[in-house]
Design a binder for this molecule. Sequence first.
Ligand code: NAD
Length: 497
Amino acid sequence: MNTITHWIGGKPWQGGSARSGDVYDPATGQVAGRVDFADQSTVDEAVVAAREAFTSWRDASLAQRSNVMFAFRELLNARKGDLAAIVTAEHGKVLSDAAGEVQRALEAVEFACGIPHLLKGGFSENASTRVDVYSIQQPLGVVGVISPFNFPAMVPLWFVPNAIACGNAVVLKPSEKDPSAANFIAELFAEAGLPDGVLNVVHGDKVAVDRLLEHPDVKAVSFVGSTPIARYVYETGTRHGKRVQALGGAKNHMVVLPDADLDLAADAAVSAGFGSAGERCMAISVVVAVDPVGDELVSKIVDRIRGLHVGDGRRPGCEMGPLVTGAHRDRVLSYVDSGQVEGASLVVDGRQHAIDGAAEGFWLGPTLFDHVGTDMAIYRDEIFGPVLSVLRVATYDDALDVVNANPYGNGTAIFTNDGGAARRFQNEVEVGMVGVNVPIPVPVAYYSFGGWKDSLFGDSHAYGPEGVHFFTRTKVVTGRWLDPSHGGVNLGFPQNT
Ligand code: NAD
């Protein structure tokens, strides 16, 4: 049995652990490993290691920091297949999808390689006569990163490279459901020359998270997960005086206008609805079909669903894997029941889909509901599984009202060939990331990622320029080199002359 333990001070944790959790291979349903759960004292130990490392890492030159990032980028690129295999083994997503996750993570690392440029401050010569003003961006200290199960490589790497490159030390608490990717990342960083203690990994659950949120030496927390926990993390962390960005859940709508190419729209709905078994925060979970496209669009979506190859992500040709755990699969299944009870029409029942994998795996095939109402639980709740809902509306304005009335605001997309309609949508929709004929508009690494409304608590989006802003604080220096012209006592408020 594989035992997964913490990574503290540049090496695997040697202490014992009173609590641990099962880690499954979702495609077989078997327990593949056990992960140690940190108690408060283990988290404290990681924070001490990080605090000590911070005292010298904060003064490491920008050249040194970017050299580590470049070395890490090369190692990650060389080993990306290994990392993708780890992701597939514990998360279940198919290998090609895991490889895509690692590729997007690489882009975030590449952004951090440019940290010398990103940390340039401002300089104003002669703000007042022979008085210069300049700004410097300094690291915060020890920062916590708490990540969800659905992107065990990419989400940690949304934050860790920028945090470290900015001069901080990190304690990462990954999801306990697929913890091994975080350790792999920490080992690669050590190999890349990152000093011991700059990146630490503690595994576990609420106990570890709560300690990070309360610990006086943790200055900031980046969180990604479900909305109730994101709200809790934001409220608890800020109450303890920390800077917090907490990204939450989603219900992403894809609006299809009558002039759209329905074949391309159906391709996009199926790809974005069922990729990674719907376990993406940017997955499309609702198609809003504007009259009269409903019947034709649904029929095209059904055709495509029937051809999907669902099974063990390690097997060639599989396009969709299992759900992450048996408990999660059962929760998603309960929504298939509730959709039927509430009167939506179950057009494709994923329970009947052929599976290319072990019978004990955590399977549910792609499921499609039509004629879904906004009052139904399958519409209101984030299901986070392969269940796609189709809502039918009469006009563009009705579609916009549906999207804007939803409490989530992570991602959305509009499918149309009408540039004016697309432009109106991007202007009027209350969602943080918008796709125009792009169903999963995850911003590239040099923009920033974040939703609106209940999909983000705090005011900083993840990675990109806002990530650098989040992990630094600005100091403004006003200075002069004294000469006789500065003489004389003056008790008035300083004026620019
Ligand atoms: P989750 O909220 O259950 O867990 C996220 C993290 O919080 C994990 O590290 C977990 O150990 C910890 N946690 C869980 N319960 C906790 C509690 N009671 N107190 C303190 N910490 C707790 O989320 P998940 O199931 O791992 O991930 C799926 C969710 O993440 C979905 O809602 C998805 O939309 C969301 N997500 C959002 C984004 C985004 O960018 N907005 C990205 C990926 C995932």
